[in-house]
Design a protein around this ligand. Structure first.
Ligand code: GLU
Length: 419
């Protein structure tokens, strides 16, 4: 598996080469401010005690408090969390949010945990990092396999220890616990705006465009539904256990109910019409990426499109709803093939954008309507796409490098003097 952090650094180098930034400033942009590494014991339901390992990485706070999710995943490691924190810094800068970049990760398979074990883990993690987080310091949020309920436990633990009321400590909370309307669909909805803008630039007719989505959780699952409602044809879906493909198209809601019932999308054949179900083919997650489609949406994990498979990608457009799904080696191949890539630090920024709105509402003691939040999200995403696209035209480079340039230029403006 290639190093995600090395990939992130290479992406920064490639963008920086197009700017006037000097090598010392570049080194400061690339460096990680702080790594918090903790271990804590949890008594499992079985009565056994297990030690869990977790991280909070604070990459950069020149533009505002560290901001970024907490991931619960069995493959979490420090390299990955550093990469994810770095991408958050760039992402917040591309969206022009007054926030920096951070990320957390706990090494755990949440699929094997009971609710009470998850609560103990979340509270223990909050206790372990309590002095490193805070509404003006570092503001966590959900990420892969973490939920609004988990955000609530972390908030509650923090407030107990600090004897404060601190709704702005963490975002992605339940609406009834200080969360924002629209946050639940924000990552997907932001991705839809970017996808629609890219489709316009490519002069494609949106109606009936064939979409393959890898990932069927809060990002990919919701995006599949939103795109289906807009008339896109969802021909391929994968979750962590496998994939299905059918050129006649799936109705994501039906696939979702089937997945709930049968445990994995790979156990489902269900499409729009019963008659078409026989055309459903069952594939591995990797095979799905290479199927015939117009738009490919990696919405799961890092390093999915690499030098090994990029040549076999058939899509005309890739919209990165996951963080870091494409390696720099793959980027080169995709560029040669003329495939447009809407990069993660733009395409999946809807989540952190509404997180920022949530943080603002909490600080100002306001409650914005869903309509208002989604309207503001659309404005932010469309403006960011336009700025990145314009930069790409100006420099004659792909959208990833252009987004990187934009982020670096904004970071340099906010850079404090060194000691
Ligand atoms: N985990 C999401 C991301 O990777 C959201 C972060 C946030 O809302 O702070 O962008």
């Amino acid at each position: 598996m290639p190093s995600a952090y090395e990939n992130a650094l290479k992406q920064i180098d490639k963008a920086a080469a197009l700017t006037k930034v000097d090598s010392e400033t570049l080194a400061r942009i690339k460096s990680v401010n702080k790594i918090v590494q903790v271990e804590f014991p949890i008594v499992l339901d079985s009565g056994k005690t297990k030690i869990f390992q977790a991280y909070r990485v604070q990459h950069n706070n020149w533009r505002g408090p560290y901001k970024g999710g907490i991931r619960y995943h069995w493959n979490v490691d420090l390299d990955e969390v550093k990469a994810l924190a770095t991408w958050m810094t760039l992402k917040c800068a591309v969206l022009d949010l007054p926030m920096g970049g951070g990320k957390g990760g706990v090494i755990v398979d949440p699929r094997d945990c009971s609710k009470s074990e998850l609560e103990k883990i979340s509270r223990a993690f909050a206790r372990a990092i309590v002095t490193d987080i805070g509404p003006e310091v570092d503001v966590p949020a959900p990420d892969v396999y973490t939920t609004p309920e988990i955000m609530g436990w972390i908030r509650d633990e923090y407030e107990k220890i600090t004897s404060t009321s601190a709704p702005a400590l963490i975002t992605g909370k339940k609406v009834e616990n200080g969360g924002s309307e629209g946050r639940d669909i924000a990552t997907a909805q932001g991705g839809v705006h970017v996808l629609n803008e890219a489709v316009k630039k490519l002069k494609l007719n949106a109606k009936g465009l064939r979409v393959v989505i890898q990932g069927f959780g809060n990002a990919g699952g919701v995006m599949a539904r939103l795109l289906f409602e807009q008339g896109y044809k969802i021909v391929g879906i994968a979750d962590s256990k496998g994939a299905i493909y059918n050129p006649d198209g799936f109705e994501p809601k039906l696939v979702y109910s089937c997945k709930l019932e049968k445990g994995a999308v790979n156990n489902c054949s269900i499409t729009l019409h019963e008659d078409n179900a026989k055309n459903t083919v069952h594939l591995s997650n990797e095979e799905l990426l290479e199927q015939d489609c117009d738009i490919l949406i990696p919405a799961a994990l890092e390093n999915q499109i690499t030098g090994q498979n990029a040549d076999r990608i058939k899509a005309k457009l890739i919209v990165e709803l996951a963080n870091g799904p494409t390696t720099t080696g793959a980027d080169r191949i995709l560029r040669e093939k003329g495939i447009m890539v809407a990069p993660d630090i733009l395409a999946n920024a809807g989540g952190v954008t509404v997180s920022y709105f949530e943080w603002l509402q909490n600080k100002r003691d306001e409650k914005w309507s869903k309509e208002d939040v989604l309207q503001k999200l659309e404005e932010k995403m469309v403006a960011a796409f336009a700025a990145v696209y314009e930069k790409a035209q100006e420099l004659d480079v792909d959208l990833r490098r252009a987004a990187g340039v934009l982020a670096i230029e904004r970071l340099v403006k906010a850079m404090p003097k060194s000691a």
